[in-house]
Design a protein around this ligand. Sequence first.
Ligand SMILES: [Zn+2]
Length: 397
Amino acid sequence: MRKGDTQEIRRLNRRAILAHLRQGPLTRADLSRLTGLAKSAVSRLVDELLQEGLLEEGAFTSPPVGRPGTLLHLRPGARFALGAELGVEGTVLLALDWRGEVLWAKEWSHPREAGPRERLERLLQEVLPHVPGPLGLGFTLPGVVVEDRLLLAPNLGWKNLDLRPLLSHFPLPTALENDAKASALSEVFFHGEANLAYLVLSTGLGIGVVSDSRILRGAGGAAGELGHWLGQGHKPCACGRVGCLETELGLGALLEHYRSLGGKAGDLEALLQQAKQGEALALEAIHHLGEALGRFLANLAVAYDPARVVIGGKAAEFFPYLEQSLRQSLAAHAFLEAHRSLPVQPSLYGHLAPAVGGASLFLVRFFELGGLWAESPRRNGGRYEEVAFGDRRGLGA
Ligand SMILES: [Zn+2]
């Protein structure tokens, strides 16, 4: 057997052990049974992982059936990645533990006219105190992203940007992804969903579709920009066209509608507070959006037949007030009987979801590599280099 083959087998075996331990604590005997590996091989690999600080030993178990043994856990905080969302409303930066826990998060706003250079320079200043340590920084943008290029982000007013020169200043590996696709990826990674539609609904509307555990990208990576699906409306869209769905379903339209009813709120947060206090106009405007979203989800179900829909972005915080009219509308307009009760839920990470998705780009890769990432932290002119991995996009891509 060639050396490369044994290394690859070692990676795959470590990956299998870590994948099983992500589901919960297990003994060495459990791991041997679940992976089909010999007990001696499991012991050797577990020793390795313990030495690297990835695992820790917990309680000794003596189950009524099966072998007694010491439970092994993924050690909390053993590895983490940074995630950032460069959104329309502001920037979110956070650290995500490899077990999915947000370790810290920070948010800041920016002048409306701030361009990519200004925003990435500020991000760099915020990231520097945390390096070295994280596996990498994955960040997300509300637009069409292909590799390190942003083709179009209408709500930011950014177009045809090669971000590589700006990213080269960051002293850690970076990755870039569309916000909805990254959020959908984190759902696959943390909850194992194989068929899912993830809506990032804030000012704009983007969709990440997961089909058979893979993110739908299309030929050029642009699949999912359903906010720019042309509807019947007549309002101008940030993309320069007229009547995109986003002009009806985006939260900007919600705020506008609320004001047209006579409501007084300067921004979405103020509107949310009005809803929390039960103000009638706020609830009316939100119910109206819920009705429109229900119809949209009925269409989405026809197109992709997801097993579950997750709503992220600022709309996740409006969900308690949207839910009733959304479900009624979905039930009324569903094409198939099964779609009437399609599970729809707000993102557990709330408005942090895109940044969590950004960080998961690196956590996914780390697990794919069986945790062999840190084994070659080669320094190259102050920059960490990633170890090579076959599929650049990793799981679900
Ligand atoms: Zn548009």
